[in-house]
Design a protein around this ligand. Structure first.
Ligand SMILES: NC(=O)c1ccc[n+]([C@@H]2O[C@H](COP(=O)([O-])OP(=O)(O)OC[C@H]3O[C@@H](n4cnc5c(N)ncnc54)[C@H](OP(=O)(O)O)[C@@H]3O)[C@@H](O)[C@H]2O)c1
Length: 419
């Protein structure tokens, strides 16, 4: 029998929404031997597998930290037929999140291990932390998934910016029912929506008797997390005061405000409105002359923006920091700690998810339920088509642009490969 290596290198101050709403509580052509190819048309496009069952794959890898354009490169390799509990996967969609870039830069706390498992010349890691994959083949001992199923990675740090992967069944979450779900919705569910969901649920003991009379405030409201917060809070009858950055023109700013109001935001203000001397009065009016408490603040930005959120919180409330987009530290007036007894927390979905695996899966199921019910809209995205001939430079360029602000949408790799 022929033995082959396992892996071959081959202008209004605020925009306000009608605040009254009903309560909706939770809940294979013949070719030279080594290049013999079989075409499998079981999914959109073509998958080419060699006569020995090797899938031709590509992955965006890095072997040292730095800017994506300096360190990311496209690596070709082959994946053997799965055996035992192995599952072979094909990428459907994988987002480019800010944390993915921070991880490549080496400034993110979790650093994937570098190895030569894919036949790279130097120990390397595959970039990307989440994405939707389709099962294309399973080993004989795989029990929970079969060809055609959609899966996501159980944990972050497994590397998702790749056309194909071979993973153990135990590292994957099978999407129970993929009906009425799109690759985009599945590919982005495990980071942003889960972060939003847990922060809103777990850091405030909402008084359901006062349903519809309590608020949360958040900056970075146009982010993937922010948009998820708006929609979940709307479903749970929590009012939201949302802070965005001004656009280049008032019309564009108003358009963004309108977009978030359409999603279910109760009110939307800009960063400069938040930082103006008038803001307390605005909040007073919004909150029924202060009778409706703002009980939770979600901080994606840091700096002055975070302090301003804290200042409008009701006593005993929590401010949860989950992002640092401005790269400015969170500075807090001591009085907020002494006299209002505010609590300042941080949240990291990767660590939370590793500890609460079952709850994470339940959270994902609940988000999918909302998506199927039309209650959780897609975020704006910029699709980056990844085909067999796509130049690695284009993919790396897309990654490099991720941290640029004022983007029309989050970058997402959509695999339309033909090999
Ligand atoms: N802790 C966790 O578990 C966790 C989980 C998910 C995300 N995050 C973090 O949350 C943040 C948002 O992530 P995402 O995936 O939701 O982001 P995203 O959808 O890619 O959006 C990025 C957002 O950051 C805003 N932004 C960029 N630079 C900024 C600046 N200098 N000042 C203020 N805002 C700025 C952008 O505002 P514009 O719309 O105005 O361009 C945009 O809304 C990131 O820091 C990410 O690392 C943390």
């Amino acid at each position: 029998m022929l033995s082959l290596p396992k892996l071959l290198p081959a202008a209004t101050l605020i925009s306000l929404r009608n605040v009254s709403r009903p309560s909706t509580q939770t809940g294979g052509k013949s070719l030279p031997l080594a290049r013999r190819i079989i075409a499998d048309r079981s999914w959109n496009g073509k998958r080419y597998v060699s006569a020995y069952g090797y899938t031709q794959a590509k992955a965006l890898v890095y072997s040292k930290y730095g800017e994506p354009k300096e360190v990311l490169r496209l690596h070709k390799h082959s994946i053997s037929a799965p055996h035992g509990t192995q599952v072979n996967l094909r990428l459907l969609a994988a987002p480019l999140n800010p944390a993915d870039i921070n991880q490549i830069q080496g400034v993110y706390p979790s650093k994937p291990s570098l190895d030569t498992a894919l036949g790279t010349p130097e120990p390397s890691a595959v970039a990307g932390n989440e994405g939707a994959f389709e099962v294309i083949a399973t080993g004989s001992d795989v029990k929970t998934m079969s060809k055609g199923d959609w899966v996501i990675m159980k944990r972050t740090g497994q590397g998702t910016w790749r056309t194909h992967a071979q993973m153990d069944e135990s590292k994957l979450i099978r999407v129970d029912d993929k009906s009425r779900l799109t690759p985009l919705q599945v590919g982005i569910v495990s980071v942003n929506p889960v972060t939003a969901y847990r922060m809103v649920k777990d850091f405030c003991d909402w008084d359901w008797l006062r349903s519809g009379e309590e608020w949360l405030v958040q900056n970075g409201a146009n982010s993937g997390v922010g948009r998820a917060v708006i929609q979940l809070a709307r479903e749970w009858n929590i009012k939201t005061l949302n802070v965005i950055r001004e656009r280049s023109s008032p019309d564009d700013t108003d358009a963004l405000k309108g977009n978030l109001l359409d999603l279910g935001a109760t009110a939307v203000v800009t960063e400069s409105e938040l930082l103006s001397g008038n803001f307390r009065r605005v909040v007073h009016e919004l909150t029924n002359k202060g009778r409706e408490p703002i009980r939770l603040a979600l901080n994606c930005v840091g700096g002055e923006s975070a302090s301003a959120l804290a200042k409008v919180l009701a006593p005993e409330s929590h401010l949860v920091t989950y992002g640092a987009m401005s790269k400015q530290p969170v500075v807090l007036p001591s009085g907020l700690l002494i006299f209002k007894n505010l609590v300042f927390d941080g949240f990291w979905v990767s660590k939370w998810g590793d500890k609460h695996t079952a709850l994470k899966e339940d959270t994902i199921r609940d988000v999918f339920r909302l998506v199927r019910d039309g209650k959780f809209k897609d975020i704006p995205v910029q699709e980056i088509k990844w085909r067999s001939g796509t130049d690695g430079t284009d993919l790396v360029e897309a990654a490099q642009g991720t941290l640029r602000g004022f983007r029309p949408g989050k970058g997402i790799f959509i695999f339309e490969g033909d090999d």
